[in-house]
Design a protein around this ligand. Structure first.
Ligand code: CP
Length: 301
């Protein structure tokens, strides 16, 4: 793996390798000794992904280059390609990129001498979110085989849904989809069931935010919680051991009743915590693959 662009590029073995590395970094401090520069190039808003990459980088002892697209030469019309080539030229050793385009990486792959990590591509892919979601499920169930997972919400516009669907199916989970009319995605292979059915049969309820910023027309949400969201009534019908997940940011009172965000079944803030360790694992994986860091500590995993 030279770049981390899609959840689909990882084999089952590589997925488990990343999860084990993440658990290692969660339990042990690890700092690299070489000087390595990394830049987080975010062209779409982010709190969790950007900040957890930053914490992960600082924990590993990486030098984080500050970049804010709103005060950069992007405002003078500089393209993503030229921005990225600039960072490569000035000595960045790795780039983390989020962009509104579904395919921003197409112009960059095979044209760089440094690794790139996809921190979100339009409505197409969010592979590091996928990996932290897998870690959260793995910590709970220690296996994915035959686990019933419902991905619920604005499937059509969600990059998280696409990355998670691919990976969960590869790992042997049974994935169900629940969506309001207009939020289904015909290109995503999966069985659609109602929310009322999903809460009764699933081990994981993975909720999604309505992606208003990707809608052409304003979406009315006043009845959304009762019709399609996780209400307290539906939560009471969930299996005893079942968990609630959400990549956040959360529209409290829309896709989930606000009281459920921190209920005993919720793993939403645990997902965020896991994001730091997964991102440490992925960055280390790539830095080792490219020979950017000299030391190897693989035997310790
Ligand atoms: N889950 C997620 O990607 O959150 P941010 O948009 O805040 O990074």
């Amino acid at each position: 793996m030279k770049n981390f662009i899609s959840a689909d590029q990882l084999s089952k073995e590589e997925i488990f390798n990343v999860l084990q590395r993440a658990e290692y970094y969660r339990l042990k401090n690890y700092k690299i000794k070489d000087q390595v520069f990394v830049a987080n190039l975010f062209f779409e808003p982010s709190t969790r992904t950007k900040m957890s990459f930053t914490v992960a980088q600082k924990k590993l002892g990486l030098e984080v280059l500050d970049f804010h697209s709103e005060s950069s030469s992007v405002l003078k019309g500089e393209s993503l390609y030229d921005t990225v080539k600039t960072f490569e030229a000035i000595g960045a050793n790795m780039l983390v990129i989020r962009h509104e385009s579904d395919k921003w990486f197409k112009d960059l792959e095979n044209k760089l001498s440094i690794p790139i990590i996809n921190a979100g591509a339009g409505k197409a892919e969010h592979p590091t979110q996928c990996m932290l979601d897998l870690l959260t499920i793995y910590q709970e169930y220690a296996s994915f085989k035959d686990l019933k997972v419902a991905i619920v919400g604005d499937i059509k516009h969600s990059r998280v849904a696409k990355s998670n669907m691919q990976a969960l199916q590869k790992l042997g989970a049974e994935v169900y989809l629940c969506a309001a009319p207009g939020f289904e995605d015909d290109d995503l292979p999966g069985t659609y069931i109602s929310m009322d059915e999903a809460v009764e049969i699933c081990d994981v309820m993975m909720l999604l935010r309505i992606q208003h910023e990707r809608h052409v027309h304003k979406t009315e949400t006043s009845n959304y919680l009762d019709l399609y969201g996780l209400t307290r009534l539906r939560e009471r019908k969930m299996k005893k051991h079942a968990i609630i997940m959400h990549p956040a940011p959360i529209n409290r009172g829309v896709e989930i009743d606000s009281d459920l965000v921190e209920c005993s079944k919720s793993r939403i803030f645990k997902q965020m915590a896991n994001g730091v360790y997964i991102r440490m694992a992925i960055m280390m994986y790539l830095l080792e693959e490219w020979g950017i860091i000299r030391e190897k500590n693989l035997e310790e995993y």
